[in-house]
Design a protein around this ligand. Structure first.
Ligand SMILES: Nc1ncnc2c1ncn2[C@@H]1O[C@H](COP(=O)(O)OP(=O)(O)OP(=O)(O)O)[C@@H](O)[C@H]1O
Ligand SMILES: [Mg+2]
Length: 363
């Protein structure tokens, strides 16, 4: 139970002349964990709210388990939702806030007690059980909101940025808890976030949106390795993929600053049918500074002067100018480098991404 189909779903708010969501198509398998990601205002919450029934679907059809839902009231859709702007009942304790929905559903008292105890335990709220929302921190309130939804144990679980108010450490542990919870509850889950790390680490599949339009749907590593356009390539991955305007002529690639590299034959052949003005993309970890890689790709090695470093502990980011653009490379903590150092490096040739400069679509 919990098979969701979105068919050509669109949304135009009455007070707006432009679509908030356009032609959204997706089939979500039972028990699947889907993440919607994209920049602020791209239509994530709107789509989620249409699935939940809190926002009218102005175009297309929504099915859950084969039943058309467009006209079905939210409470009859078998859904529980954590809202982005969740509002707790201010006069109720944490415990009452969590149990309220079950009471409304006329669940027997002893079962309510069991479920509420379980939710309070997994969310680490025992200490706050009898407090009212005004006496909780933002993160604690958010956990109560999460608890209210979990406790209902529905076939579809919708979450709109449920961890946005938590500190970094709690986010990571809650990320884990939600993944575990999902495995044990088995509810089909849609999780909205603008944090691509959350999407990458939690989801079976990710839907990336921009301006109300789905850009790509796929497994996390598919999106990472095979982005369909420059937007997806830039959105997934941190630090962001490096982009360069390049001119490709046969096997020769020239950067805006005149630097040149020779492309592998297969790459040159793939690019041959496109006009020579392209965008090259390469991820920071695919720029190599070690002698082994430099030896292998010697004829293409480049030089630059490090302008800035970000020391992360486990790894470091090195910033420098190359190819007419700011470049960031990601190196291990053992490859120590300092500002002002002149370095030699190579781009891993089979890790290069190419995009059409006009359409920005992947080649
Ligand atoms: N009630 C509304 N009336 C008119 N326009 C709206 C309404 N709610 C949202 N919008 C517009 O619809 C678009 C999508 O909004 P939505 O809230 O779905 O974005 P989002 O992806 O959830 O963003 P965020 O990450 O900031 O939460 C935005 O341009 C927004 O301004
Ligand atoms: Mg939103």
């Amino acid at each position: 139970m919990g098979f969701i189909e979105l068919k050509h779903i669109g949304k135009k708010y009455a007070n707006s002349d432009k679509n908030a969501v356009t032609d959204f198509n997706l089939e979500i398998e039972e028990k699947e964990f889907i993440a919607f990601v994209g920049p602020s205002g791209c239509g994530k919450s709107t789509t989620l709210r249409m699935i939940a029934g809190f926002e009218e679907i102005t175009e297309g059809e929504l099915y859950i388990d084969g039943v058309k839902m467009n006209e079905v009231a939210p409470r009859d859709r078998g859904i529980s939702m954590v809202f982005q702007n969740y509002a707790l009942y201010p006069h109720m304790t944490v415990e009452k806030n969590i149990s309220y929905g079950l009471k409304n559903m006329k669940v027997p008292k002893d079962i309510i007690k069991k479920k509420v105890d379980w939710v309070i335990d997994i969310l680490g709220l025992e200490e706050y059980r009898y407090r009212k929302p005004k006496n909780l921190s933002g993160g604690q309130r958010q956990r109560v909101a999460l608890g209210r939804a979990i406790v209902k144990d529905q076939k579809v679980f919708l979450m709109d940025e449920p961890l946005s108010n938590l500190d970094a450490k709690l986010r990571v542990s809650m990320r884990n808890e939600i993944s575990k919870l999902h495995r044990s509850l088995g509810s089909t889950t849609i999780y909205v976030t603008h944090d691509q790390v959350e999407a990458m680490t939690m989801a079976d599949r990710i839907v990336i949106m921009k301006d109300g339009v789905v850009q790509q749907i796929g497994k996390p590593m598919d999106l990472y390795e095979h982005p369909q356009n420059k937007f997806v390539a830039g959105f997934i991955g941190s630090p962001q993929m490096n982009f360069y305007d390049v001119t490709v002529n046969g096997e020769e690639m020239t950067f805006a600053d005149g630097s040149k590299m020779t492309l592998p034959k297969a790459t040159a052949e793939k690019l041959a049918s496109h006009k020579g003005e392209l965008i090259l993309g390469i991820r920071g970890e695919d720029i190599k500074f070690d002698s082994q890689n430099i030896d292998v790709y010697k004829q293409n090695s480049q030089q630059a002067v490090i302008e800035n470093t970000e020391i992360m502990g486990n790894e470091n980011n090195l910033y420098f100018q190359f190819g007419g653009a700011q470049t960031v490379a990601r190196v291990s903590k053992y490859e120590v480098c300092q500002m002002g150092d002149r370095v030699e490096f190579v781009f891993m040739p089979h890790k290069m991404h190419f995009f059409d400069r006009e359409t920005e679509m992947s080649i």
